[in-house]
Ligand binder design. Structure first.
Ligand code: FAQ
Length: 331
């Protein structure tokens, strides 16, 4: 499956000839599907790759709270408000599990946060788009959580134990999120013509960015080949994107709304949907910081960090006092 990626991937994949004894033994464990745990020996590059991906994933969950958080005060009913609040809190929880899982690799949460706030670390491109109407909340649950699940189910079987285990619960919660988003879309699609038009408009704006969530094409993906060899990635960016299209098109049909892609067509020979070209220039612009909301998102996170300074100081002062009391009692 990965032969083609290994040939075209930009990062050179390490071969047995490049490896010392420890690394050969490590790769043999991976090849035998034995999980790697934090205290096991691992190549520095494996550790760094995981820290990069897991911290970016955690940042995505935290920044991902912002577009939906924007609608908590304006959800149309008390029930929708309660559901949305629970969903946004879940995303915060996912960020925390992922930061904790990444900390087992020897990086501190403060260091990861500093990289997010300075703009050094990435987070998913999708969260740099605005939520303009209530229908966007339905579209995010349906499409964005749907794409997240497609990407994350294989991560439950990835080679690094803490990441794989964190993903099990996250996927269960994302599945509830996806259903609540689809339920919002269903209500709108079965509502007045104006509500159905809102659902269509949200699909028009979120469809292409949701396809970009899976990352660059396999031919352009820098890290895929090595991450596949290490079984961090079990399916390639393009394979996941295709599965997502195949799963999502019938869901749009059921809603009675239309994908904004004139090239979308069932290909009976391939047994998959063909779809149109992704605007990679837009993807790269968003990843480089020039999407519609990048600056706002980062400014909001920086402000939240600064506003929370007194809480961190108070917690540290309390911890110091407790430690001093315990030391005095032990003396
Ligand atoms: N956005 O060589 P590859 C969610 C970067 S969670 C921004 O293919 P890789 C839940 C990539 O980092 C969504 N940057 O890289 C939720 C790399 O740059 P670097 C997040 C992107 O790592 C729902 C460069 O491009 N999910 O939605 C993107 O092998 C609703 C080259 O790319 C995860 O993070 C992008 N879309 O594959 C929350 C899942 N794509 O690091 C709230 C775990 C690529 O060298 C509301 N992550 N880049 O500077 C992964 O599976 C992988 O990291 C990929 C990228 C597939 C994202």
């Amino acid at each position: 499956m990965y032969a083609q990626m290994v040939e075209t991937g930009v990062d050179a994949v390490r071969t047995a000839a490049d490896m010392g004894g420890d690394e050969r033994a490590f790769q043999a464990r991976i090849d035998a599907d034995i999980r790697i745990e934090p205290k096991d020996w691992m190549p520095e590059a494996y550790r760094k790759t995981l820290i990069r991906q897991m911290s970016q994933h955690a940042h995505s969950e935290i920044v991902g709270m912002l577009p939906e958080g924007n609608w908590i005060t304006r959800a149309p009913t008390l029930k929708r408000k309660a559901i949305l609040m629970a969903k946004v809190q879940d995303e915060g929880g996912h960020g925390l599990y992922l930061y904790s899982a990444a900390e087992t690799l020897g990086v501190s949460r403060d260091a990861m946060t500093a990289d997010l706030l300075s703009g050094k670390a990435k987070y998913s491109s999708i969260f740099n788009y605005p939520t303009l109407t209530w229908a966007d909340i339905g579209a995010i649950g349906w499409l964005v959580d749907g794409a997240a699940i497609m990407n994350q189910i294989p991560l439950c079987r990835c080679s690094f134990g803490p990441y794989a285990r964190a993903m099990v619960r996250i996927c269960k919660e994302e599945s509830f999120h996806q259903r609540q988003g689809y339920d919002i879309m269903l209500s709108l699609a079965r509502g007045t013509p104006g509500q159905k038009a809102m659902a269509q408009d949200a699909l028009d704006r979120w469809w292409w960015p949701s396809l970009m969530m899976f990352g660059p094409s396999d031919a352009e993906s820098v890290h895929s080949a090595q991450s596949a060899a290490w079984k961090i990635k079990l399916l390639s960016n393009d394979e996941l994107r295709q599965r997502y299209v195949d799963q999502t098109v019938p869901q749009a049909d059921h809603l009675g709304i239309t994908m904004p892609d004139p090239d979308l067509a069932w290909n009976a020979d391939r047994g998959h949907y063909d779809f149109g070209a992704i605007d990679w220039a837009e993807f790269h612009a968003v990843v480089r910081g020039n999407g519609p909301c990048n600056r706002d998102r980062l400014a909001t996170r920086v402000k939240a960090w600064e506003d929370g300074g007194w809480v961190r100081d108070a917690a540290m002062a309390h911890a110091d006092r407790r430690a001093a009391r315990a030391a005095a009692a032990a003396a």
